[in-house]
Design a protein around this ligand. Structure first.
Ligand code: GDP
Ligand code: MG
Length: 710
């Protein structure tokens, strides 16, 4: 384990802690269902380490993590936030995350910045689907994990039941190190001591007979679990032959197994209870950044780089994991340094393309950073440097976005960004007033830049502004932020799916645009024939004019008019596609005919033709792949069928999950992001790709046409 070293004292008022070496750092992300007690746990750890004088309360909006105006009001976390604390000379960067699937973008950023995870489970509510899924994901990448069972002081807490549900959900290698007794005390299963927190500070006592019996009941499983993971193969034989194994050896083996992610201790906490034990696991069991594999690093043109080792004296590789805009301070970028050392006023190279859809090409620029700070909630405390393994904040970085790599200018490097989920809930919005409209695009640009799970679409076909979000709660937070932070009022409007129109058969139409009363007249008459083309045919315009009945120069005018009307639609305001239009007759006037007159005639002709045959509505159909826990496959498939979907097949996707593929009309999946989540208890994800346009069934076409605005 790491030797103790000097880390500056913590404290909001005092100097910010800053680590000198990577082995003095632990980056720990807190994961778990909303309400499990993550933010409260961070407060308790900050208080236990003397970082804050007393723990704040979520309900009072006084916690370090939940400082954003939305968080204070809603009394829950919606952002990733960093809270550094120091224990025994080790700097612990606590990364608090939101527990809702809607904010999974920040959760992923937290996992990227961390080297170990605390899975926080409430003794009242147990494990949920999303937490179980994240456990599996962490398992796949070998992330060291411990389970913290909170709320053991609650009158409805049932430790045995929640422990069983954790062991069931998380699988092998999950065993308690401590047992809670009476809400304020813990029994150390290895130390065989009673740790009493009822008087505030911890006191240690010999357990009584009843407590000893309880320890006996759990201790055997724990020791066997540790020995199984021990690198000393003789240990198991010695244990089985009845030898009592020295506790020091067990603790040492336990810590190594935790760091290797093969053993996951379960701890129990309540406010003011169990923090010392938790801090021990974090500082002694969790790996330092040096022991955690680095993400893939390449040169700018993609060649693998192998000499970067996480050395503070090595080349600089740092990554922007989160960007926020503070109305007073401006932009703040949370940065994890993976190699080298960041110092104030350094010039760095920015590479990558971030994660957000910023609508421009990969960039590759230099930027000078200003001051470095260590954030504690709202407070930014300046630090003189940030070494490999540590996390800090940089104010006013203008070019680097979330997911971008910062490196030395002399040696530009690139880290592959972590995977971000696609936003899949479209929310159509419009500005409340003209004044709001003017400010809208700037506010949206800033929101998109700071949130990689938000995508903005300006749909030219439906003429709607669409925010693609992770879910309803995400959309609410964004609209709220837009109003409070940028003073822009927007409202939601019903989403229009980009339907299209086409002709159901062949028809002729005449466009007659004759106005010759007084002044300069208009004179244009054209006859066209319209025929449907196969899908993807667009417009084919055929000129069959003989004898110059429509003069040469006005033939393109007719085509222009037809195109204009096609864009505007002939039935429900959706663009017309896939037709051949043949201009075969017409009439002109030597003075009153003009380009404009023939454009209008072309429009009228198409409208008239459309009135003579059924007009079909076409709807976009997507290929949808749904990844879901095996237990929900049946429900997902029948739901897809109910959405007029065609299930194409399903295949096992590993880790107890199945991939279901289907073709589904877009009209039926506008809210699928929300519905799938509730159907699959938060575990399902999906991906959609536009496939083709297909005729909309007649009974639906009538409904859509009736409700359409012209
Ligand atoms: N009794 C009790 N309540 C707790 C404990 N931890 C959290 N809470 C309460 O549970 C609620 C949710 O806590 P919070 O920290 O916001 O959970 P998060 O969503 O995981 O960050 C709050 O009302 C807390 O006061 C605990 O250990 N004991
Ligand atoms: Mg929280």
């Amino acid at each position: 384990m790491a030797e103790k070293a000097n880390v500056g004292p913590a404290g909001a008022a005092g100097r910010a802690p800053s680590a000198d070496r990577p082995d003095m750092v632990r980056n720990v992300v807190l994961v778990g269902h909303s309400g499990a007690g993550k933010t409260t746990l961070v407060e308790a750890l900050l208080a236990a380490t003397g970082t804050v004088p007393r723990p704040g309360r979520v309900e009072e909006g006084t916690t370090v993590s939940d400082f954003d105006e939305v968080e204070v009001r809603q009394q829950r976390s919606v952002n990733l936030s960093l809270a550094p604390a120091v224990h025994n000379g080790i700097k612990i960067n606590l990364l608090d995350t939101p527990g809702y699937a809607d904010f999974v973008g920040d959760l992923r950023a937290g996992l990227r910045a961390a080297d170990a995870a605390l899975f926080v489970v409430s003794a009242v509510d147990g494990v949920d689907g999303l937490t179980r899924m994240l456990w599996e994901e962490c398992g796949l990448v070998g992330m060291p994990r411990a389970v913290v069972i909170t709320k053991i002081d609650h009158h409805r807490a049932d430790f045995d039941e929640v422990l069983a549900s954790c062991q069931d959900a998380f699988g092998d290698g999950v065993a308690p190190l401590y047992l809670p007794v009476d809400g304020r005390g813990l029994l150390g299963l290895l130390s065989q001591r009673f740790l009493d927190y009822s008087g505030g500070a911890r006191t240690e006592r010999e357990p009584d007979q009843e407590q000893l019996a309880l320890i006996e009941q759990y201790r055997g499983d724990l020791i066997e679990g540790i020995i199984q993971e021990s690198e000393d193969e003789t240990l198991m034989d010695r244990y089985l032959s009845g030898e009592s194994i020295d506790t020091k050896i067990l603790i040492d083996d336990l810590e190594k197994a935790v760091a290797r992610a093969s053993f996951h201790p379960v701890l129990a906490t309540a406010p003011g209870t169990g923090m010392i034990e938790l801090l021990e696991i974090i500082t002694q069991g969790f790996p330092s950044p040096l022991e955690h594999p680095l993400p893939e690093i390449t040169t700018i043109d993609g060649k693998a780089v192998t000499d970067v080792t996480g050395d503070p004296d090595g080349p600089l590789v740092a990554e922007v994991v989160k960007t926020t805009s503070d109305p007073y301070v401006g932009r703040i970028s949370l940065v994890r340094v993976f190699s080298g050392t960041l110092r104030p006023d350094m010039a760095v190279h920015v590479s990558g393309h971030g994660l957000a859809d910023r609508g421009h090409e990969d960039h590759d620029v230099d930027e000078r950073i200003g001051g470095l700070s260590s954030p504690l909630g709202k407070t930014q405390r300046p630090v003189p440097k940030c070494v490999a393994g540590d996390i800090c904040a940089i104010a006013k970085l203008s070019r680097a976005e979330t997911g971008d790599t910062l490196s030395d200018r002399e040696r530009p490097l690139l880290m592959r960004s972590w995977d971000m989920p696609d936003p899949l809930l479209p929310v159509a919005i419009r500005a409340r007033s003209k004044a709001d409209e003017d400010k809208l695009s700037q506010a949206l640009a800033r929101l998109v830049a700071e949130d990689p799970t938000l995508r903005l679409e300006n749909n030219p076909e439906t003429r709607q502004l669409v925010l693609w979000c992770m879910g309803e709660a995400h959309a609410d937070v964004l609209l709220d932020r837009m109003s409070r932070r940028y003073g822009v009022e927007v409202e939601r409007v019903p989403l229009r799916v980009p339907l299209r129109e086409t002709f159901g058969g062949r028809a002729q139409g005449m466009g007659r645009n004759v106005k010759q009363t007084g002044g300069h007249g208009q004179y244009a008459i054209c006859h066209i024939e319209v025929e449907p083309l196969p899908s993807g045919g667009g417009l084919e315009f055929v000129d069959k004019i003989v004898g110059g009945v429509v003069p040469r120069q006005f033939i393109p005018s007719v085509e222009k008019g037809v195109r204009a009307q096609m864009e505007r639609g002939v039935l429900a305001g959706y663009p017309v596609v896939d037709i051949r239009v043949t201009l075969y007759d017409g009439k002109a006037h030597s003075v009153d005919s003009s380009d404009m007159a023939f454009q209008i005639a072309g429009q009228l002709a198409l409208k008239e033709a459309a009135g003579k045959v059924p007009t079909l509505l076409l709807e976009p159909v997507d290929e949808v792949s749904v990844l879901v826990s095996d237990e929900f496959v049946g429900a997902v498939m029948s739901d897809l069928s109910a959405r007029r979907g065609r299930v194409l097949g399903s295949e096992p996707a590993g880790a107890g999950r199945t991939l279901v593929r289907a073709e589904v009309p877009e009209l039926e999946i506008t809210r699928y992001a929300v519905d799938l989540r509730s159907m699959s208890h938060g575990t399902g994800t999906f991906h959609r790709d536009f496939l083709r346009y297909e005729p909309l069934p007649a009974h639906l076409a009538d409904k859509v046409a009736a409700s359409a605005e012209h």
